[in-house]
Design a protein around this ligand. Structure first.
Ligand code: NAP
Length: 293
């Protein structure tokens, strides 16, 4: 079994952005990401910490906005609009777990497409669905595509089963892979025979958030597994796949930690840097971004 580590993919992306980052830094145009979190959701807090650390490591600034969980729609929209118009901000990330009373569809309209570095806006998503080039694709989706590309794993004609249909991972990833000529099956909590749907896949991708969901019953010996899940068991991070159960019975797997998660944060860095470059230096050119043909 081969482990598909994220680190070399991260290094390749870092290499790709290096010239632009140096240029921006030299000209005192430091890229800056603004993040918005409502409340104290643990996953959001941990992701925020990782963003601050990783952005700091490459010399990119972050503005961290933490609002109370009962923040009004109007206040949140006002903040997003302010950041949309702030020329020193090159990307806006709104953490996933917004309270139920917030009208997310409205938020997706308010965030400016060009600063929407994790691709939640209608324009970005719509472009992906009709096979046009979006300004950005969701960072986790881009991370999976970068990993497949780095390890020369061709998807054309392959059977790919994705478990999870969230708007930020499962759905856009399925469209992206479909656009790349894979035969995609999407599973979810109501899927009748999950084991069978997983067993038949050449590539199995799990984005559920349940530790040990995927055991050796779900797999086949030629399978590539991409584990997107992030779970905490006894204080340790693990994915959706019961690693010890499958490790001797599959072809390749992304480890957790050390797989997709690290690449996702690096894609966020890349998007912020490219945006800073395009907004400050390259305004006349088409925005170059994380879209991978
Ligand atoms: P989400 O919105 O909670 O979606 C979870 C999906 O899993 C839903 O579609 C749900 O089905 C499905 N599901 C739940 N239980 C299931 C079961 N027993 N069998 C089959 N499907 C089941 O989650 P998400 O935002 O996509 O995130 C999923 C996981 O990925 C989390 O652990 C998250 O932390 C992680 N994540 C990692 C990264 C990274 O960079 N590595 C980035 C984003 C997310 P229904 O639709 O029917 O409810």
């Amino acid at each position: 079994m081969i482990k598909l580590y994220g680190a070399p993919v991260v290094n390749r992306i870092l290499n790709d952005i290096n010239d632009k980052l140096k240029y921006l830094t030299k000209n005192n145009l430091i890229p800056k990401l603004a993040t918005i979190r409502l409340g104290e959701n643990t996953d959001d807090v941990l992701y925020e910490k990782s963003i601050i650390k990783n952005f700091n490591n490459v010399g990119i600034k972050t503005d961290i906005y933490v609002l109370p969980i009962n923040t009004k729609q109007n206040t949140l929209e006002k903040l997003i609009k302010k950041l949309n118009n702030d020329e020193t901000i090159h990307g806006i990330l709104i953490f996933n777990s917004l309270p139920k009373y917030i009208d997310e569809s409205q938020i997706k309209k308010v965030i400016k497409e060009q600063k929407d570095v994790d691709s939640i806006s209608y324009n970005n998503i719509a472009k992906l669905f009709i096979g046009k080039k979006p300004t950005f694709i969701p960072c986790t989706v881009a991370a999976v595509i970068e990993l497949l590309d780095y390890y020369n794993i061709d998807v054309e004609g392959k059977k790919i089963t994705i478990i999870g249909r969230s708007e930020i991972v499962g759905k856009p990833l399925s469209i992206m892979l479909l656009n790349k000529d894979a035969t995609v099956t999407i599973c979810h909590s109501k899927t009748i025979n999950l084991i069978e749907e997983c067993q038949k896949a050449d590539i199995l991708i799990s984005s559920v958030g349940k530790a040990n969901l995927i055991t050796d019953k779900y797999i086949n010996k030629d399978q590539v597994i991409i584990d997107i899940g992030i779970n905490y068991v006894d204080g340790k991070v693990c994915g959706d796949v019961a690693f010890n159960s499958v490790k001797d019975k599959i072809k390749m797997i992304t480890p957790v930690p050390g797989g997709i998660g690290a690449i996702t944060t690096m894609i966020l860095i890349k998007n912020t840097v490219f945006n800073a470059y395009n907004l400050n230096v390259n305004t006349k050119e088409n925005v170059s971004n994380n879209f991978i043909n």
